[in-house]
Design a protein around this ligand. Structure first.
Ligand code: COA
Length: 326
């Protein structure tokens, strides 16, 4: 079986917030944010929710793929900011789309969430259990930011991206679609980028803690990313017997321009092969990779036969990388 991405879609909130807008409500500046991160603006949700953006991105992906919601067998949403603890965002999407034949569940792998969803769908498709999957990365990160912590809240945005993946029978020796993937976790370092959920306040416990907001040791996260991501990319290239020269684009999680520049340098690859959306989106965790992929798809940047590396990395700590032939 070959797992191909056959459609993409994305959705951003309508409300645009520039670095200058932020500098009016906190002690920061466009110069500080742009020079350290490459981020110039982001969208922050007002009316939109994680599920509403995920549903819009999914409808666009279905249209792009030219298939109906009834054809979807599997829905996996990567998110850490669902609207409900339960039902899952994927069950909400199933209902919104009328994807009555799908099984639906979420994965919590933060900024690697879309990649983990892709890899999980790939395994189901390869095994022959399902034929068509809808995978989504969707986040309303603005609701878990500490808006008094200028070192984190300026980095993140809200939005959703989706892709339709489908299994195709493979002719003898034919290659294509998802060629190789690699993923990993390092839970021992989890606290460098964390957000505590609600605490137990059952009648046996008097717990003074409130639900938390995102806290981050930026320099530790930076070191993790620039060490792990190039190593993960090299692994998938070896697995698929490809070289960096064979890759048209490296579609990385959009956390920070400096991380992307460092990965490019370590791989000895031109930065031109690393497309960006962080300038206008900020970091949207699980949604970053599929939003960027959709932007590239709609600009006509992806041609049949192009080989593309996609990589997500972040809280957990987690990382996931795949090489695909478009
Ligand atoms: N505006 C203005 N000043 C700010 C600021 C802001 N938004 N946020 C922090 N500062 C100040 C700090 O208070 C500090 O001031 P001080 O020296 O007077 O104490 C100064 O800027 C430097 O802060 P520091 O945290 O050392 O900056 P840095 O060079 O490490 O850059 C990050 C911070 C977050 C940009 C950087 O660590 C980074 O990009 N890390 C990776 C984070 C990431 O991508 N996470 C998501 C991964 S999925």
């Amino acid at each position: 079986m070959i797992t191909r991405i056959i459609g993409t879609g994305s959705s951003l909130p309508s409300n645009l917030v520039t670095n200058d807008d932020l500098s009016k409500i906190m002690d920061t500046s466009d110069e500080w944010i742009s020079s350290r991160t490459g981020i110039k603006e982001r969208r922050l949700a007002k009316e939109e929710t994680t599920a509403s953006m995920a549903a819009e991105a999914s409808r666009k992906a279905l249209e792009n793929a030219g298939i109906s919601a009834e054809e979807i067998d599997l829905i996996i949403v990567g998110t850490i900011t669902g609207d409900y603890v339960t039902p899952s965002t994927s069950c909400e999407i199933q209902a919104k789309l009328g994807a009555v034949n799908a099984v639906a569940f979420d994965v919590n792998a933060a900024c690697s969430g879309f990649m983990f969803a892709l890899h999980t769908a790939h395994i189901y498709l390869q095994s022959g259990i399902y034929k068509t999957a809808l995978i989504i990365g969707a986040e309303t990160l603005s609701k878990i930011m500490d808006w008094n912590d200028r070192s984190t809240c300026v980095l993140f945005g809200d939005g959703a991206g989706a892709a339709i993946v489908r299994a195709y029978a493979q002719a003898r020796n034919e290659k294509g679609g998802l060629l190789a993937f690699e993923q990993g976790s390092d839970g021992a370092k989890g606290k460098v980028l964390a957000c505590r959920d609600r605490v137990n306040n059952n009648p046996l416990i008097q717990n003074p803690l409130e639900p938390g907001y995102v806290s981050m040791d930026g320099q530790e996260v930076y070191k993790f990313a620039v060490g792990t991501v190039p190593a993960s990319i090299i692994k998938v290239l070896e697995m698929s017997e490809l070289k960096t020269e064979d890759i048209k684009y490296f579609v990385l999680h959009q956390a920070n321009i400096r991380i992307i520049q460092s990965v490019a340098k370590r791989l000895k690859v031109s930065e031109e092969k690393f497309p960006l959306s962080l300038d206008h989106c900020g970091n949207i965790s699980a949604a970053s990779v599929p939003i960027l992929l959709d932007e590239m798809n709609r600009k006509g940047m992806l041609k049949a036969g192009d080989k593309i590396v996609m990589s997500g990395f972040g809280a957990g700590l987690t990382w996931g990388t795949a090489v695909i032939e478009w």
